[in-house]
Design a protein around this ligand. Structure first.
Ligand SMILES: *Cc1c(COP(=O)(O)O)cnc(C)c1O
Length: 400
């Protein structure tokens, strides 16, 4: 089965009724026939819900993972994925081109005694330079939001595994349509499903998917000692038993339903936004008054890697630099169809000035690592007719 077919037919209709769409179990608790029955099955929606379980299986299959746990947001998924194994005294090595919320969370980790070391340029040898005997995990985004640096997942997985470390990849921007990080060696994959997986921008959500090839050594990861009997899925079992259940960031069944409906059209939308973004990036790069960053452009330093890793498609995100913040603001205000909104992965084209919004609270050096400058605009390209987008961007450029 190819991707779009698997997306629609990988999960069978509801066994109980034949319902072709996912039933919504809008319930807090599940009554049991006997007192003994509480040991198995669904008990309480914070711990598990059939609507959510179905969605988790669907995403885990698409990602070729062993299993998945869904959360109430991408940030809930990221914080749970990290805190599931990391403890005071540990270090994380991370790519610099991180989503602002993740940078903020990583800074918050200091108060838990966890240090995050950032790689300035996303090259595997730079990660290697930061390894210490306290390193517990390597973290990166497939395509950094909004730096647009591309992680060489195979090479980074090799480095991680040589040092008995898990590789954790945020694949929000790429989705399984462009890459399946687990197939390239990643051990933990995260999505903010609020973005491209939902597509319509109608719900916040997150999910963590795990592979089954990493050896979670209980000595190195003492939090997993209690779960050792689960072997390769000990991390996954603990993620649900402790991080979801104790921290409580469970998704609402209705949001899972909406996200699951959006997921049906992922292949179509991804095809369209990748085509639109490349055409728009090429058009804009011919205009001499701004600088365009998009991995699909041949002059981009990550182009060859992106081309190989993502099968010649490059995602919906591009960034533009205007030399000054004033010009950037004039441009963003002159856009007609493009919404000024803090989101990506939406079917509508969106634009934002990251430095004054998402990165408002981020320290200057972290902003620099993240590639966030005062003159930068991030654009999420939607599924509109490309001729209208080119008109809109062309007209706005003529006004600055
Ligand atoms: C949006 C985003 C997140 C956070 O997800 P929320 O659902 O907003 O909590 C994490 N990583 C990336 C790359 C994102 O774009």
């Amino acid at each position: 089965m190819n991707f779009a077919t698997e997306l629609l037919h990988g999960i069978a209709p509801d066994k109980l009724t034949g319902s072709t769409t996912l039933p919504i179990y809008q319930t807090a608790a599940y009554s049991q026939a006997t007192a003994e029955d509480f040991k198995a099955g669904f008990v309480y929606t914070r711990v598990g819900n059939p609507t959510t379980a179905n969605f988790e299986r669907r995403i885990a299959n698409l990602e070729r993972g062993a299993g998945a746990v869904a959360f109430s947001s991408g940030m809930a998924a990221i914080s749970a994925a990290i805190l599931n194994v990391v403890e005071s005294g540990d270090e994380i090595i991370s790519s610099g081109g991180l989503f602002g919320g993740t940078s903020n969370f990583f800074r918050e980790l200091k108060s838990f005694g966890v240090c995050v070391r950032y790689v300035k340029e996303n090259r595997v040898e730079n990660f290697s330079d930061l390894l210490t005997n306290r390193t517990k995990l390597i973290y990166a985004e497939t395509i950094g939001n909004p730096k647009l640096d591309v992680t060489d997942i195979c090479a980074l997985a090799e480095l991680a595994h040589k040092n008995n470390l898990p590789l954790c990849i945020d694949s929000t921007v790429t989705t399984p349509y462009l890459v399946r990080p687990i197939e390239l060696g990643a051990d933990v994959v995260i999505h903010s499903t609020s973005k491209m997986i939902n597509g319509g921008g109608n719900s916040i959500g997150g999910i963590v998917i795990t592979g089954k090839n990493f050896h979670w050594d209980a000595e190195k990861f003492p939090k997993l000692a209690e779960y050792e009997k689960f072997g390769a899925i000990s991390y996954l079992v603990r993620l649900r038993a402790k991080m979801l259940t104790d921290f409580g960031g469970c998704p609402a069944p209705m949001n899972i339903f909406l996200t699951n409906v959006g997921l049906d059209t992922l292949a179509l939308r991804m095809e369209r936004v990748c085509d639109n973004a490349l055409t728009l990036a090429k058009f804009l790069s011919e205009q001499k008054t701004i600088r365009v960053n998009y991995p699909g452009l041949e002059e981009n330093s990550y182009h060859e890697l992106a081309k190989k890793q993502f099968s010649n498609r490059f995602g919906a995100m591009l960034t533009l630099r205007f030399e000054t913040k004033e010009r950037a603001f004039r441009f963003i205000n002159a856009l007609n169809y493009t919404l000024r909104a803090s989101n990506i992965g939406d079917v509508r084209t969106l634009a934002i000035h990251p430095a004054s919004t998402i990165y408002f609270n981020v320290a200057a050096h972290e902003k620099e690592f993240a590639g966030v400058t005062e003159d930068l605009i991030r654009v999420n390209v939607g599924i509109e007719d490309i001729s209208d987008l080119i008109d809109d961007f062309g007209r706005a450029l003529s006004k600055i």
